[in-house]
Ligand binder design. Structure first.
Ligand code: NAD
Ligand code: 022
Ligand code: ZN
Length: 375
């Protein structure tokens, strides 16, 4: 069938709004009508050509929400009419990783997903007979897409697509990093580096977890009111503090008889490897944990002195907030519908698919927290 899509024709070129062809779902697959999709950094990272694993031509997009319109043979967990959120981290519940209970990184379709094809090794998208690549197993920059059954989370039907699409990446990543990866306890002191679409969700996750002190660090003072809006208690401009940033943060978090400073938890939401080091070193000796969320550029490396780890600081990373998509995403949708978390104010811009390139411009210019395309 014909579908409307924003096609990534080649690295560094704007997306082309065009009609492409989509084949129906095969065994174990579902076709979803995408109703809304967020625009996230990794779409831009791939489109720019900076991602060495980027494949073209492709249908990008990985932060969507929509309705199942058709299911392939053998599909049992969802049916036509179900509302779903696509998952770039699937949950098969059968692979060694899923069964381990130690990680959310399901391996069932990992190899083919990275190659831009469905689990059977073929693509459902084409244009004029020429195959197009899928992206992160989702391809939400088209008004219809095909996904493996294990890569959709069924959600309640009263949840608005134009808001809950953000749960497909940013919201779950930020909140999940707090509740699943760090497992922050009430009373904690935390520092969040980078107050963008991810960092603000870390902040609201910390508020939900009952953290006492939530320090936000950014190089842009315009982010201060944004952080405060979601629970930040203190703001630090890293540029204004300069070289003494870590000492400044350690000083701010001093407490107890020994007056040793440092946060219980820190989160990198910038993707900058210098910031990742600062985040680790701003942790409390003996127990502070630093969680890397930001994705660094290809070939980048992190460094610190081993002393930092020998004295008990812990360096961790998280993908999709450690969330098991089919299990956890519906719960986060409930949290939103119950008013436990906020999404609406973070969606600063919406646009039709025809204006999707404007959404990328807004992200470049740092003018948006999130842009959402409404089909
Ligand atoms: P964003 O651009 O909206 O926010 C980044 C923020 O960092 C901005 O406010 C910017 O001013 C600030 N910043 C830049 N340099 C800084 C510095 N030196 N010190 C302090 N602050 C600084 O981006 P986002 O959407 O919030 O995404 C953040 C990162 O998270 C990206 O690298 C993205 O790819 C990554 N991400 C990771 C996952 C995952 O599963 N691990 C999922 C989604 C996004
Ligand atoms: C989402 N991300 C950044 C912005 N929005 C993002 C990017 C990569 C990952 C997670 C979130 C990620 C972390 C670890 C992995 N990925 C590897 C997972 C594995 O090997 O099992 C990752 C993922 C998907 C893809 C590539 C890398 C892909 O589909 N191409 C989850
Ligand atoms: Zn994303």
């Amino acid at each position: 069938m014909d579908v409307r899509a924003a096609l990534a024709v080649a690295a560094g070129k704007p997306l082309e709004i065009t009609t492409v062809q989509l084949e129906g779902p095969k065994a174990g697959e579902v076709m979803v009508e995408i109703k809304a999709t967020g625009i996230c950094h990794t779409d831009e990272f791939t489109l720019s050509g900076a991602d060495p694993e980027g494949l073209f031509p492709a249908i990008l997009g990985h932060e969507g929400a929509g309705v199942v319109v058709e299911v392939g043979p053998g599909v049992t967990s969802v049916k036509k009419g179900d509302h779903v959120i696509p998952l770039y981290t699937p949950e098969c519940r059968q692979c060694p990783s899923c069964l381990s209970r130690k990680t959310n990184l399901c391996t069932a379709i990992r190899a083919t997903q990275g190659q831009g094809v469905m689990p059977d090794g073929t693509s459902r998208f084409s244009i004029a007979g020429k195959k197009l690549h899928h992206y992160m197993g989702c391809s939400t920059f088209a008004n219809f897409t095909v996904l493996p059954e294990i890569a959709v989370a069924k959600i309640r039907e009263d949840a608005p697509f134009d808001k809950v699409c953000y749960i497909g990446c940013g919201v779950t990543t930020g909140i999940g990093a707090v509740v699943n990866t760090a497992k922050v306890a009430p009373g904690a002191k935390a520092i969040v580096f980078g107050l963008g679409g991810i960092g603000l969700n870390v902040i609201q996750g910390l508020r939900l977890a009952g953290a006492d002190m939530i320090i936000g660090v950014d190089i842009n003072n315009d982010k201060k009111p944004w952080g405060e809006r979601f629970g930040m208690t203190h703001f630090v401009n890293a540029k204004e503090v300069g070289n003494d940033l870590v000492a400044h943060l350690v000083n701010m978090t001093k407490s107890g008889a020994d007056q040793i400073g440092g946060a219980d938890y820190t989160f990198d939401c910038t993707g900058n490897v210098t910031v990742m080091r600062q985040a680790l070193e701003a942790c409390h000796r003996g127990w502070g944990e630093s969680i890397i969320i930001g994705v660094a550029g290809a070939g980048q490396e992190i460094a610190t002195r081993p002393f930092q780890l020998v004295t008990g600081r812990v360096w961790k990373g998280t993908a999709f907030g450690g969330a098991r998509g089919r299990t956890d995403v519906p719960k986060i949708v409930d949290w939103y519908m119950d008013g436990k978390i906020e999404i609406d104010p973070m969606i600063t811009h919406t646009m039709p698919l025809s204006d999707i390139n404007k959404g990328f411009d807004l992200m470049h210019e740092g003018k948006s927290i999130r842009s959402v395309v409404i089909y």
